[in-house]
Design a protein around this ligand. Structure first.
Ligand code: FAD
Ligand code: DLZ
Ligand code: SF4
Length: 514
């Protein structure tokens, strides 16, 4: 007697959600498939720790499913039958006639949605798509918030999410009678404070590293083979969340914008990979933080927890809304017509600009930099220098452990590079050395002087900042959010402006030598 046909269910590398309702269904009817494939491992040059993190997390998820009695087909990267693309592997499995239907969860990336939709048209069995049951909001919610509005404002969206989920609310009003505590959350790290060490999960990854090497999977960055640090299971993600609530949340908001040469993680949660692969849900993360705040009143203040909830319930969901509202066009936007290539120090950190040196070398060593390093150091330099947003995107999408296009693209092309002309943010996030010096200890150890614009030691950020405003005056001068910059520029004499433009030109001519 032939075995009854099963339903084939695909699980992508960023769909490792054991709480999904799929796993309440009777195991005997389904076969789950996960696959390590060259297409996903090479569509951009990823950081080696990112490839390791995805493969380790997928392997651990497979083990968990098998332990729970589910039937799983797992393609390892060196599997002889592996066709190295999601679609080709599914096609081959379906061709075996062992399955009566194909099911998958909605991918987060436009590219994968399109590929799977075309695959389904070719299959000989019925196919259906399911929700990932992960996010707090969907496309309709995003559209609903902004219906009738000329532009998106993150703050309005965030407030709507707070109300919808009753997060930090008090009888219909925001707790503490304020929605936003940003102004209290912008401190430099004083010498007297040492942030707690990050919670890590040391693993020996020597054999997997050797395998990637043997298979010639390209990568950037480094990894200590004996000490792969990131959480790659739900249990580890939950430990990271608990550690955050106990040790880091009390100072999270205050120092969320601070940067330091010695303390890379400061009070940040390091939860982005776990969230993005769906080991943990945004709702359980914000609920855990709010519960810690309620339990430890006095130790954790409202601005700390509000700052954290804003990142997850606000920015993360908002960015996803923008991505789906504007893809595929978003990926081509370049309103500032930036065309320059990324200089070599984005790949080797060899530059006398101490801020870039630290932000890049840390990213190469750890696959991580926090929000302000990404926005106000590397991103700031890229927009000021007029780097092509395609190059900037590829760098960000490759280098960070948490980088997936749906969240990387609006952050990079939108918020950081203003290549979308202001869809995500109301103004370009640019600054001179003044801001970097205010928020970090980078400038004190730098070859360049944060106070100078000119000469050999003039900080490149200074001349580039003013030159950027001059270059883009036609596009940006009417923007009220950067009115201050243009007011100062108007007071500048023509000869000062000429000197700045001359200095910026020379900086850009020497961009590879800075
Ligand atoms: P925390 O500071 O502890 O914040 C908590 C959580 O809030 C994060 O884990 C993340 O899920 C969420 N969050 C915070 N800021 C944002 C934001 N702007 N957009 C979306 N979620 C946010 N985040 C990614 O997950 N993937 C990316 O590819 C990515 N690329 C970025 C590129 C640029 C240019 C910038 C400026 C930001 C980018 N971010 C990205 C957002 C942010 O930098 C990271 O989420 C954060 O640094 C991850 O570290 P953490 O978990 O310690 O975050
Ligand atoms: C990032 C990544 C990598 C490096 N490798 C794989 C893989 O081999 N198999 C897989 O299913 N997913 C991988 N991923 C994550 C995918 O890029 C992600 O699941 C899709 O882009 C959908 O967001
Ligand atoms: Fe960066 Fe300029 Fe400060 Fe040096 S002086 S660390 S280049 S901002």
């Amino acid at each position: 007697m032939t075995a009854p046909k099963k339903i084939l269910r695909l699980i992508l590398g960023d769909q490792l959600n054991i709480e999904h309702s799929w796993f309440q269904d009777p195991p005997a009817r389904y076969e789950y498939v996960l696959m390590e494939v060259r297409d996903e491992a090479t569509y951009v040059t990823h950081h080696v720790q990112k490839i390791l993190a995805f493969f380790l997390a997928m392997r651990a998820f497979k083990d968990e499913l098998v332990e729970k009695g589910f039937s799983v087909r797992y393609f390892t990267i060196d599997d002889a039958d592996n066709k190295h693309s999601l679609e080709r592997n599914v096609e081959a499995l379906i061709a075996s006639t062992r399955y009566e239907a194909f099911e998958y969860q909605q991918p987060d990336e436009y590219r994968v949605v399109q590929n799977l939709a075309s695959l389904c048209k070719k299959l000989s069995v019925p196919a259906s798509m399911f929700s990932t049951e992960h996010f707090l909001t969907d496309v309709d919610f995003f559209k609903g918030v902004f219906r009738g509005h000329k532009r998106y404002v993150m703050e309005s969206f965030y407030r709507a999410v707070r109300v919808k989920y009753n997060l930090l609310m008090d009888d219909g009003k925001p707790l503490g009678d304020r929605w936003n505590f940003d102004s209290e959350n912008r401190k430099k790290l004083p010498d007297t404070i040492t942030p707690p060490p990050p919670l890590t999960f040391p693993r020996n990854v020597d054999s997997l590293l050797k395998q990637l090497d043997k298979l010639k999977i390209p990568s950037i960055g480094s990894c200590d083979p004996k000490n792969f640090p990131w959480p790659v299971t739900r249990a580890e993600a939950l430990k990271t969340l608990a550690y955050f609530c106990d040790h880091l949340l009390p100072e999270f908001g205050s120092y969320q914008d601070a940067m330091h040469t010695k303390h890379h993680f400061l009070f940040h949660s390091r939860l982005s990979f776990s969230l993005n692969v769906k080991h943990i849900s945004p709702l359980e993360v914000v609920h855990a933080a709010i519960a810690a705040f309620k339990k430890k009143k006095g130790k954790i203040s409202l601005p700390q927890v509000e700052g954290f909830v804003r990142q997850i319930a606000g920015w993360r969901e908002f960015m996803r809304g923008v991505y789906w509202a504007h893809m595929p066009k978003y990926k081509t936007l370049n309103v500032l017509n930036a065309t320059r290539a990324l200089p070599h120090y984005f790949w080797d950190a060899k530059t006398r600009m101490n801020c870039i040196h630290h932000a890049v070398s840390q990213s190469l060593d750890e696959g991580y930099a926090h929000h302000i390093q990404r926005l106000m150091v590397t991103g700031n330099f890229a927009i000021l220098a007029g780097i092509d947003p395609d190059h900037v995107d590829a760098w960000y999408l490759g280098i960070y452990i948490d980088a997936l296009e749906w969240v990387q693209l609006p952050n990079t092309r939108g918020m950081s590079q203003f290549a979308d002309g202001g869809i995500v943010g109301t103004k370009p996030y640019t600054s001179s050395a003044q801001y970097i010096n205010k928020m970090s200890n980078y400038c004190s150890g730098c070859f360049y002087s944060f106070k100078e614009k000119f000469g050999e030691r003039g900080c490149p950020f200074n001349s580039l900042y003013w030159d950027f405003l001059i270059r883009h005056e036609a596009t940006l001068s009417k923007n009220p959010r950067i009115g201050m910059g243009y007011q100062l520029l108007r007071k500048m004499s023509d000869s000062d402006k000429k000197a700045i433009m001359k200095q910026a030109k020379s900086v850009l001519e020497r961009i590879e030598e800075l």
